[in-house]
Design a protein around this ligand. Structure first.
Ligand SMILES: Nc1ncnc2c1ncn2[C@@H]1O[C@H](COP(=O)(O)OP(=O)(O)OP(=O)(O)O)[C@@H](O)[C@H]1O
Length: 251
């Protein structure tokens, strides 16, 4: 009998860079924040970008998300090369295919949790998918909170609403920038568990920037950045693995 065909599947890449250089400013004060970064983030995984202060983590995330223009190289969300898009196309792509989660939650104070959650769909002129909304509300344990305004919610609850809002359009990828930076460690751990659940149970894709090895250890993979380039790549990391990788950088 002939051998069975190989069943190995290649993971779909949700977001990637190819040889990305980002230089801020010009002349003697120019800063080379990214120095030829080539990296891909698989769909359906929780990845963390980790590294010392000033290593280029936020710049990498901003370039990946189309929030910042690269100096050279290319950036893709799925198959779309962001460097080929004009401003309007970029705005549309960010609205429809990318979700964002920030340290400061960024919920609108006058709207209820439910209204905040539905806002991206309204902006995109899309109809709500009630089944998807029910799954988000259930997985993120927001059932009793939908009629509350942000001021009536704890920090952790506000970040869960912000996560549900980031996921409402079923984006290709959610970029999370230090999402636990404003939370105490217990609430932060809860939010990280919800991030992990949204990947594991809802099949979503998350790329999180953090400087916290414990936060990074919730991810399926940690990409270590140092001096504007990839300095390490760890699968299924423990906090200790991440600490060891960082301390090897000698910074
Ligand atoms: N708008 C800007 N103009 C000039 N230089 C910048 C700008 N943004 C970032 N930089 C510089 O680029 C380098 C990388 O910065 P970046 O914010 O990406 O690092 P980071 O790893 O996210 O740091 P942190 O953990 O402190 O937020 C740093 O030297 C920083 O000073």
């Amino acid at each position: 009998m002939p051998p069975a065909p190989a069943t190995e599947t290649t993971a779909r890449i949700a977001a990637s860079t190819s040889d990305v250089v980002k230089i801020y400013g010009s002349g003697p004060t120019a800063v080379r924040a990214l120095d030829g970064v080539t990296v891909g983030f698989e769909a359906g995984r929780f990845s963390a970008i980790m590294g010392p202060s000033g290593s280029g983590k936020s710049t990498l995330m901003h370039c990946l998300a189309g929030l910042d223009e690269v100096t050279s190289g290319s950036v893709r969300i799925g198959d779309t090369d962001l460097t080929k898009l004009n401003d309007n196309q970029l705005t549309k792509l960010r609205r429809e295919r990318v979700g964002f989660l920030f340290q400061s939650f960024n919920l609108l104070p006058t709207l209820t949790a439910e209204q905040n959650l539905l806002l991206p769909l309204e902006l995109a002129g899309r109809k709500p998918d009630n089944q998807w909304i029910d799954s988000l509300v259930e997985v993120l344990s927001l059932q009793d909170r939908m009629n509350h305004r942000p001021s009536e919610l704890s920090g952790g609850q506000q970040q869960r609403v912000a996560l549900a809002r980031a996921l409402i359009t079923k984006p290709d990828v959610v970029f999370a920038d230090e999402p636990t930076g404003n939370l105490d460690s217990k609430t932060g751990a809860e939010v990280l568990s919800f991030l992990r659940q949204s990947v594991r149970e809802l099949g979503q894709t998350v790329v999180m920037v953090t400087h916290d090895p414990v936060a990074a250890s919730y991810a399926n993979r940690v990409v270590v950045i140092a001096d504007g380039n990839v300095a390490g790549d760890i699968d299924d990391p423990t906090a200790e693995d991440v600490l060891t990788a960082i301390s090897r950088l000698g910074v």
